[in-house]
Design a protein around this ligand. Structure first.
Ligand code: AMP
Length: 300
């Protein structure tokens, strides 16, 4: 008897494993000790969710080097100076889960706030140099204390071999790197470049809160970086002159609420007066109610 084999493409089963969602701290710790016992290479991508192309680039990078990829999603209340900013921070867990599934993330760790920071919580991690450069610390006094603390807690619970951070948060990246070195953590930090939209705006979860007009205005940040970079490449090396140009370009584009603009040494984040290659322009501005940060490498 002949068998008739019929192929129905629409019935093709999706055999890709779904990301495992873990909400309990104990469950996360148990699983990570199992991975350790089995010598698995674990890579962690810490996020606050509302995953976008920037996060996707980090997850793809993680997938290159790991046997197990973990994405943590936690809007960390301890790193927000403003309660309003915390409350307004976007969240879309279901969409995040779908994206993680598509990207082949093994585990999504999405702990409960009260388990990570219960009412009696009182232990903090400080980095005491790079966190005091008059950059994001200028107006956000508790921010990096909250960041270091949550990141170390995630490291303890997940025991990653590798962790991936984005260069978009340039100060954070350097602080976490310093914490890893200072606390002798056996974790390799990999950084990924800033992902921008078609108009050059650094992609951020906060961009969702911008109106069409504000989005257009925000894209002028990158255009201003490019103009200043051009002036630098044509011989202007005074940091204060370049910063003044930047302020003028931003002002011309109605970006007037500036938290900080600095040109700093790429490694130690110290202010520099004479710009040389591999200095970073670092900026935080408000567009409407939304605070945006960005940075740009000056080089020939
Ligand atoms: P967040 O969810 O904003 O806390 O960001 C989580 C990670 O994604 C951090 O390491 C950020 O630096 C990184 N990240 C955020 N936006 C971008 C972007 N546009 N390009 C690259 N990395 C990013």
């Amino acid at each position: 008897m002949k068998l008739l084999v019929v192929f129905f493409p629409q019935m093709k089963m999706d055999i890709r494993k779904k990301s495992k969602i873990i909400r309990s701290v104990n469950q996360m710790a148990k699983l990570s000790s199992l991975w350790k016992k089995n010598s698995k290479i674990v890579t962690l991508v810490p996020t606050m969710g509302s995953l976008h192309e920037g996060h996707v680039s980090l997850i793809k990078k993680a997938k290159e080097s790991s046997e197990i990829t973990v994405v943590s999603i936690f809007i960390n209340p301890t790193q927000f100076d403003s309660k309003e900013d915390f409350i307004n921070y976007p969240s879309n867990n279901n969409l995040d889960f779908l994206k993680c599934n598509e990207l082949g993330v093994d585990v999504i760790f999405i702990p409960r706030k009260d388990e990570m920071f219960d009412e009696s919580y009182s232990t903090w991690v400080y980095e005491d140099n790079l966190s005091k450069k008059g950059l994001c610390d200028r107006t956000r006094s508790i921010h990096f204390k909250g960041v270091c603390t949550i990141v170390l807690k995630l490291f303890n619970l997940i025991s990653p071999n590798i962790v991936i951070f984005g260069e978009k948060d340039a100060q954070q990246l350097r602080i976490i790197n310093k914490m890893i070195v200072d606390l002798n953590l056996s974790i390799k930090l990999i950084s990924c470049p800033i992902i921008r939209d078609a108009n050059g705006l650094a992609i951020s979860s906060r961009n969702q809160r911008l109106t069409k007009e504000e989005l257009k205005r925000a894209s002028k940040i990158f255009k201003s970086f490019q103009k200043v970079s051009y002036i630098y490449r044509n011989g202007e090396t005074s940091s204060s002159v370049l910063i003044e140009y930047l302020r003028t370009f931003l002002d011309q584009n109605k970006i007037t609420m500036i938290d900080y603009i600095k040109i700093v040494d790429i490694d130690n984040l110290n202010d520099i007066s004479k710009v040389r290659n591999n200095c970073l322009i670092m900026i935080a501005v408000y567009i409407g109610q939304v605070r945006l940060i960005d940075n740009y490498l000056l080089s020939n």
